[in-house]
Design a protein around this ligand. Structure first.
Ligand SMILES: Cc1cc2nc3c(=O)[nH]c(=O)nc-3n(C[C@H](O)[C@H](O)[C@H](O)COP(=O)(O)OP(=O)(O)OC[C@H]3O[C@@H](n4cnc5c(N)ncnc54)[C@H](O)[C@@H]3O)c2cc1C
Length: 507
């Protein structure tokens, strides 16, 4: 079998495998950063793993991040040094394992009080020191003159200087797809558009799950020794399902963060801007990304957990007005190419869990009385550390088969992650037929054949990022993408759903 055929995705084969396997070692619910990381780690250790994702891989928070691989400068201010150090290590691992999806990026932080360049410079030098040999570049204090020479788009009024430091950025959805492909290459079954509806229980303990293939409506039962709930902000919903009528206290709080995307003309720089103090006491970024600029983010507490969250009018106004205070040419609502929101899963401390978790971006792993292993919180940058903790937890609880020492791990630290490469594209037609800027017929066909894409939205939101970059352009090209999906044998392309959903990306 050629390399090309080997990695080709055939959904009917995947579904048939799901049905034919009598008992999986591990079933993972949720195909975001967390679940996919667990699937890769478990498959690398040789476990029989299935991962089920209700919608598309990275449909949830994992395609809606600010796209930063970072230690978290603000955790530094909170004194959480071990958290920062771990994340800086993970930043280096991702840069090494997924070099075509991630890159170092310099940030400039302007200062408006005379002492700030010195104070910020000290803090950020310490941040650089924490990275140790993984430092990506020297932190430098900038005079007012140096800052304005480098970034003439920044208003000079009241400016005292600033600091330049280094972090990194990535393409979040692309990394998720790379993880799904890597897990699959290692023998895991990764299935998107397959929703988990309920649990099979014996003696009050979960032993399996019932799900639905959302493409066909066909139900399916899956038995597993251990079930990991990695459903992001929906973790509590599944916990309630498993707990039954007695219920279980919620563990998550949710906050929404929104971003807007504008053209590069407003920020024609290769550096990112970090605005250190918004009116609500947070930080705001302007980050160059795939030929556009992302502005964000906000932090809005939310009771609901919609699958397609929408930026609120006040969030968009807030971002524009805050950025407008610093830029010579402030963007207006009419300049927005796309606006999108994501939901942050924040873990609350639990008496049952010994009160060890803190409400922060830090993650928690625990087992409910139902036997469901749950993982939540954290951030994209630390997905690998989260996966390692989940596996350690399952091993400590004897939840995966005895007879082998699963701790003798081949570490994911040195596992290159796949993405589309030229070898695999060879033989797929349409390389020279562009259907939008940067999107060829071949790219769409590749997304179906090798990247699990099943819907117009999968292609335009997460294989190409056009919906996140320019919603009008994505809407214009959607019918052509639907035609190509048809040509690839997909009957229900979700074109109408995409046209309805994409309106929400136009402010
Ligand atoms: C606005 C914002 C900005 C951020 N910026 C950054 C950043 O710059 N850097 C960084 O490191 N981190 C960042 N983060 C954090 C990061 O995005 C999240 O921590 C991470 O994506 C969470 O991944 P997850 O897999 O836990 O959740 P999700 O990505 O939400 O995945 C959960 C998945 O479970 C699926 N699911 C739910 N119910 C079911 C079911 N019944 N059956 C099957 N599947 C189900 C969902 O469809 C979903 O795909 C940001 C987060 C937000 C919200």
């Amino acid at each position: 079998m050629s390399e090309n055929e080997h990695s080709r995705v055939d959904r009917s084969t995947l579904v048939a495998r799901l049905k034919s396997e009598p008992l999986w070692d591990l079933a993972v619910i949720g195909g975001g950063a967390t679940g996919l990381g667990v699937a890769v780690d478990a498959a690398l250790r040789g476990l029989k793993v299935v991962l089920l994702e209700a919608d598309d891989f990275a449909k949830g928070s994992s395609s809606r991040a600010t796209k930063l691989l970072h230690g978290g400068v603000r955790y530094l201010a909170m004194g959480q040094l071990s958290l920062v150090r771990e994340a800086l290590h993970e930043r280096a691992v991702i840069l090494g394992n997924a070099p075509s999806i991630s890159r170092p990026l310099s940030f400039v932080m302007p200062a408006y009080r005379w002492w700030e360049p010195f104070a910020l410079g000290l803090g950020l030098r310490f941040y650089e020191r924490l990275a140790g040999r993984h430092s990506l570049g020297a932190t430098r204090r900038l005079s007012r003159k140096q800052l304005l020479a480098a970034l003439p788009q920044v208003k000079g009024e009241g400016l005292k200087g600033g600091v330049r430091y280094w972090d990194a950025q990535f393409d979040d959805a692309q990394l998720a797809i790379a993880l799904a492909r890597s897990a699959s290459r290692l023998g895991a079954l990764t299935l998107n558009h397959f929703r988990v509806d309920s649990f099979i229980q014996q003696g009050g303990r979960v032993t399996g799950l019932r799900g639905t293939d959302t493409e066909t409506g066909a139900p399916c039962e899956v038995q597993a020794r251990c079930i990991v709930n990695a459903a992001g902000v929906w973790v509590d919903d599944l916990r309630q399902q498993a707990a039954g009528p007695a219920g279980t206290p919620p563990r998550l709080k949710v906050s929404q963060g929104s971003h807007v995307v504008i053209d590069r003309d407003f920020w024609p720089s290769d550096e990112a801007l970090l605005l250190p103090r918004t009116r609500d006491g947070r930080v705001l970024f302007a980050v160059p990304w795939l030929g556009k600029v992302i502005l964000g983010t906000t932090e809005q507490p939310l009771e609901d957990r919609p699958t397609e969250p929408r930026p609120m009018t006040e969030e968009i106004d807030f971002i524009l007005s805050e950025v407008g205070r610093y830029l010579v040419r402030p963007p207006t609502r009419a300049d927005i190419r796309s606006a999108w929101a994501g939901l942050r899963p924040l873990v609350q401390p639990s008496a049952a869990a010994g009160g060890t978790a803190r409400i922060s971006r830090e993650h928690a792993v625990w087992t409910d009385p139902s036997g469901l292993v749950c993982v939540a919180g954290g951030k994209w940058t630390t997905y690998r550390a989260m996966a390692r903790d989940v596996l350690a937890h399952c091993i400590a609880e004897d939840r995966i088969p005895p007879g082998r020492d699963w701790r003798v791990e081949r570490s994911t630290e040195h596992l290159p992650l796949e993405r589309d490469d030229n070898l695999l594209r060879t033989g797929i037609p349409g390389a020279d037929r562009l259907i939008a800027e940067g999107l060829s017929e071949q790219r769409v066909r590749f997304a179906v054949r090798h990247e699990f894409a099943r819907k117009v939205e999968d292609v335009l939101a997460r294989r190409s990022r056009l919906l996140f970059l320019d919603a009008r352009a994505a809407r214009a090209v959607a019918p052509a993408v639907a035609d190509l999906l048809h040509a690839e044998g997909i009957l229900q392309t979700g074109l109408e759903d995409f046209m309805a959903l994409s309106e929400g990306y136009l402010p």
